[in-house]
Write a protein that binds this ligand. Structure first.
Ligand code: PHE
Length: 452
C-alpha cells in the first residue's frame, strides 16, 4: 500500500509502542498476579520471561510488521502466501478483539473511580466500606456498562483520527504525564508507616511457593504486559519508518514496561501492607486498597488524599487508553485492509462488537455470575484464554515463523536495517527465536496444562 500511514517521529514510535505495552497489565494485573503467586519469586521468574522470551519475540513481531507493511493477518499472507501461517495472524486479531472486550470493562472501572475520587466520595469511608462499595459497583447491571461504553467510545474517537494525529499524538501527551504521576505516587507510598513489609514482599523471594502455575502465570503476564503474541506491535511496526532501529526500540519498550510494572508494585504493596490489606486479594486489589490507603495516609490532610486519589485513577485510565487504542488498531486495520471497509466503518464495527462482548464480561461479575465454564466466570475465562493460552501460543508460532520459516535475509535486513546497524546480539536473538523460545513456551504449556 503506497499511501500507508506512518508514525511521524522516533519518539512517537517509542511512546506509542510503550503506550501499548504499559497499561492495566502493569498497574492492575501485575500486582495481583505477583500477590497471588508469592511476590518476589514471581517477579524474578517474570523478569526471566521478559528477557528470554519477551524481547526476542518483540523484535520478531516488529520485523514481520515492518517488512510486510500490513495488518497482522495480511502480514503472514504477504510473507508466506498460500500457507497456514495466516492463521497465526488471524488468531492474533481474534485475541485482540477478546482482550479489548474484557479489558475495557476494567478500563471503565477506572472512570468510575476518577468520578468518585473527584466528587469526594472516598472521604470518611473505612476499609470495609471500600470493599462493599467495589463489590456493589462491579456487580451492578448498568453502572459499569455505562463506563465501558464511554471508554470504548473514547478509544474509537482517537482511532478514527488515524495513526499520526490519533495514536501518536495521544501517546505523546499521555505517556510523559503517566511517568510523572507514577514517580510521585511511589514516593508517597514507600514513605507510609509500615511500608517496609510491602517492600520486603517485593524484594525477598520465597522460592518455596514456586510451582508450574507460577511459571505459566509469569509467562502469561510477560506476554500480556508486552502486548505480545497477537500482532499488536506487529501492526504498529507496519507504520514504522525504514530507519527505525527495531532491536533498540524493542529494548526501550521492554525496559519502560518492566520499570512501570515494578514501580506499580512499589506503589501498591507498601500501601497495602501499611493498612493491613492482603496482597492476594485478586483483581479488586487496586480498587479496594488504594482509595483506602489515600484516606488513611492523608486522613489529616484531606486535600492530599483527594489529589492523590484523583491522580492515581487518572494514571490508570490513561495507561489503559493507550493500550485499548493499540488493541483496537489491530482489529480495525485488519477489517480495513482485508475487507476493504473504510477505516471509520471498520472502527465502528470493532467498537460495537466489543461493547457487545464487554457487556457480558461486565455482567458476569454480577447478574451472570452463575454462568461459569470450568469454574471461571465469562470475565475470568476471557482473561485465561487470551493471556495464558492465546498469547503464549501466538508467541510460540511467531518465534517458529521467524526462526525457521522466514528467509534469513529478511530477518537480517530488518534487524540491521540492511547492514547499516551493528546489532551485537544478533546471533543470540536468532538462536533464541529458533530454539530457546519455542522450547521454553512448549515446556511451560506441557507442564502446566498437562498436555502430555
Ligand atoms: N500490554 C497491555 C497492558 O499491559 C495490554 C495489551 C495486551 C495491549 C495485548 C495490547 C495487546 O495493559
Amino acid at each position: 500500500m503506497s499511501n500507508r500511514a506512518n508514525f511521524g517521529s522516533k519518539l512517537g514510535v517509542i511512546l506509542a509502542s510503550a503506550g501499548s505495552a504499559v497499561g492495566l497489565g502493569n498497574i492492575w494485573r501485575f500486582p495481583y498476579e505477583a500477590g497471588n503467586h508469592g511476590g518476589a519469586a514471581f517477579i524474578f521468574i517474570y523478569l526471566g520471561c521478559v528477557l528470554i522470551l519477551g524481547l526476542p519475540i518483540l523484535i520478531a513481531e516488529f520485523l514481520i510488521g515492518r517488512h510486510s507493511r500490513a495488518n497482522t493477518a495480511g502480514a503472514y499472507q504477504k510473507l508466506a502466501p498460500g500457507t497456514h501461517w495466516r492463521w497465526v495472524g488471524r488468531m492474533g486479531v481474534l485475541a485482540g478483539f477478546l482482550i479489548l472486550s474484557y479489558y475495557s470493562v476494567v478500563a471503565g472501572w477506572t472512570l468510575e473511580y476518577i468520578f468518585e475520587a473527584a466528587t469526594n466520595a472516598f472521604t470518611g469511608k473505612s476499609a470495609d466500606d471500600f470493599i462493599t462499595s467495589f463489590q456493589q459497583f462491579s456487580a451492578s447491571p448498568w453502572r459499569p456498562v455505562v463506563w465501558l461504553v464511554a471508554f470504548l467510545v473514547s478509544t474509537h474517537l482517537i482511532i478514527v483520527k488515524g495513526v499520526e494525529k490519533g495514536i501518536e499524538k495521544s501517546s505523546k501527551i499521555m505517556m510523559p504525564a503517566l511517568f510523572i504521576i507514577i514517580l510521585i505516587l511511589v514516593g508517597c507510598s514507600v514513605t507510609l508507616p509500615g511500608a517496609g513489609a510491602g517492600i520486603e514482599f517485593l524484594l525477598k523471594p520465597d522460592f518455596s511457593k514456586v510451582d508450574g502455575n507460577v511459571f505459566l502465570g509469569a509467562m502469561g503476564q510477560a506476554f500480556f504486559s508486552l502486548s505480545l503474541g497477537m500482532g499488536c506491535l506487529c501492526t504498529y511496526a507496519s507504520y514504522f519508518g525504514k530507519d527505525t532501529n527495531l532491536a533498540k526500540t524493542a529494548f526501550s519498550v521492554g525496559v519502560i514496561d518492566t520499570c512501570v510494572a515494578v514501580l506499580a508494585g512499589f506503589i501498591i504493596f507498601p500501601a497495602a501492607f501499611s493498612v493491613g490489606i492482603q496482597p492476594d486479594s485478586g483483581p479488586s486489589l487496586i480498587f479496594i486498597t488504594l482509595p483506602n490507603v489515600f484516606q488513611q495516609a492523608f486522613g489529616n490532610v484531606p486535600v492530599l488524599a483527594y489529589v492523590f486519589s484523583v491522580m492515581f485513577y487518572v494514571l490508570l485510565a490513561m495507561a489503559a487508553l493507550t493500550s485499548t487504542i493499540s488493541l483496537h488498531e489491530v482489529v480495525t486495520a485488519y477489517l480495513h485492509e482485508e475487507f476493504r471497509f473504510s477505516r471509520g466503518k471498520a472502527a465502528k464495527m470493532v467498537t460495537g462488537g466489543c461493547i457487545f462482548l464487554g457487556v457480558f464480561c461486565s455482567l458476569s461479575l454480577g447478574v451472570l455470575k452463575e454462568y461459569t465454564v470450568g469454574g471461571l466466570t465469562i470475565f475470568d475465562l476471557f482473561d485465561f484464554v487470551t493471556a495464558k493460552l492465546m498469547l503464549p501460543l501466538g508467541g510460540l508460532f511467531i518465534a517458529l515463523f521467524t526462526g525457521w520459516y522466514l528467509d534469513k535475509k529478511i530477518v537480517w535486513e530488518e534487524i540491521t536495517n540492511n547492514g547499516t546497524l551493528k546489532v551485537p546480539l544478533y546471533r543470540l536473538i536468532v538462536f533464541i527465536l529458533k530454539y530457546i523460545a519455542p522450547i521454553t513456551v512448549s515446556l511451560i504449556f506441557i507442564n502446566e496444562l498437562g498436555l502430555l
